[in-house]
Design a binder for this molecule. Structure first.
Ligand code: A3P
Length: 349
């Protein structure tokens, strides 16, 4: 993306977080830590032993039953030992194309609302949501190791990830917001994104559909990723909030309230009266974000004729668009697969 940004200055307002939610006593250090081997020669040799499959814009590599692009996987392996999770970390977890960009904007606006006015100089007016909230496993352009720039961030850190819950280095006190989306809309969104980022793409909907149904998608299988966070949200509701894209679309103001309360910064009476939740919603709306220059120009060159433009994270932003791009039978088939995979969990789409 085209502008370098001092992320530390844009992290959530600790003043606001502390005012409403005094820090809890320190819990046991980590709930998830996969002990991996160390990689004195780098991770490349180990990764070359893992299954690799082509089909999407980039080949994906399978590790611990999930599929990853190479660069994030390298970081994930290194992070298992190197990242020091903190009790006050806020982590936004998604699968690609489930509304990550929107969630980043909303969470950023909610947690920083004491610091910036919504109109004048709000960072989201000039900063892409993906720059405002860094990914744990995707180093920002110009940095090589994800964990180094994460370490430098002041607490509380607002971070994002596509990692499955089982691979996420997580402190027991951290709060995780998980956002999922109807798999059919996720797939359609993914199909168009993959075609846009690759100069040479000849991806067809049929092929995207069959890979997705096979569980072969970045951070997928789709259902396993959802399921891990779903189960954790049931087991630890104070630490894991499970949201749906469709729920935000239908009542965004209510979701902002829910998000603020979950993050320990509930809207005050005064904020309720002044319409602060509505302000957050407007600032982060599809219409507003797509009208801003930062979300229209610039991007990241991933090499191999792949270019991820800032604008490519916005397409239609609708619920049910799958019907315009997939047959009814395809929709039914994907629904059936997902239903079977999630059977007995209580999670339904
Ligand atoms: P569509 O392709 O269906 O339009 P991600 O951020 O995880 O990459 O997901 C991208 C999807 O979220 C795209 O869906 C995009 O249009 C949608 N999106 C991005 N910003 C949004 C916003 N502010 N409001 C609603 N949807 C948004």
């Amino acid at each position: 993306m085209n502008s370098r940004l001092c992320l530390s200055s844009h992290q959530p307002s600790s003043k606001l977080l502390e005012r409403v939610a005094p820090a809890p006593p320190p819990p046991p250090p980590r709930v998830h830590l996969i002990k991996t081997m160390s990689y004195p020669q780098g991770t490349g040799e180990f990764i070359s032993t893992l299954p690799e499959r082509k089909g999407w814009a980039e080949p994906l590599i399978q590790y611990k039953d999930f599929w990853f692009r190479r660069l994030p996987l390298e970081q994930i392996l290194l992070l298992q030992d190197a990242m020091e999770p903190r009790a006050d970390d806020i982590i936004l977890a998604t699968q690609p194309k489930c509304g990550t960009t929107w969630l980043k904007a909303l969470a950023f606006a909610v947690t920083n609302r004491s610091r910036y006015s919504f109109t004048d100089d709000h960072p989201l007016l000039t900063t892409h949501p993906h720059r405002a909230v860094p990914y744990i496993e995707i180093p920002s352009p110009g940095t090589d190791h994800a964990h180094r720039h994460l370490e430098a961030l002041p607490s509380p850190r607002l971070l994002a990830t596509h990692m499955p819950m089982s691979l996420l280095p997580l402190h027991a006190g951290s709060r995780v917001v998980y956002l999922c989306r109807d798999p059919k809309d996720t797939l359609v969104s993914k199909f168009y994104f993959e075609r846009r980022i690759s100069e040479t793409s000849d991806l067809s909907m049929d092929s995207a559909f069959s890979m997705f149904c096979d569980g072969f998608s970045s951070s997928g299988p789709f259902w396993d990723h959802c399921l891990e966070y779903w189960k954790e949200s049931l087991a630890r509701p104070n630490n894991v909030l499970f949201l749906r894209y469709e729920e935000i679309k239908s009542d965004p103001v209510q979701v902002v309230r829910k998000l603020a309360a979950f993050l320990g910064v509930p809207l005050t009476q005064e904020e309720e009266s002044s319409g602060a939740a509505q302000e957050v919603v407007s600032l982060c709306s599809f219409e507003k974000l797509t009208s801003l220059q930062i979300n229209q120009v610039g991007g990241v060159d991933r090499g191999n004729r792949l270019y991820v433009g800032n604008s490519m994270f916005y397409r239609k932003g609708e619920v049910g668009d799958w019907m315009n791009h997939m047959s009814h039978e395809m929709g039914e088939k994907l629904d059936r697969i997902v239903r079977e995979k999630l059977q007995g969990s209580g999670l339904v789409f």
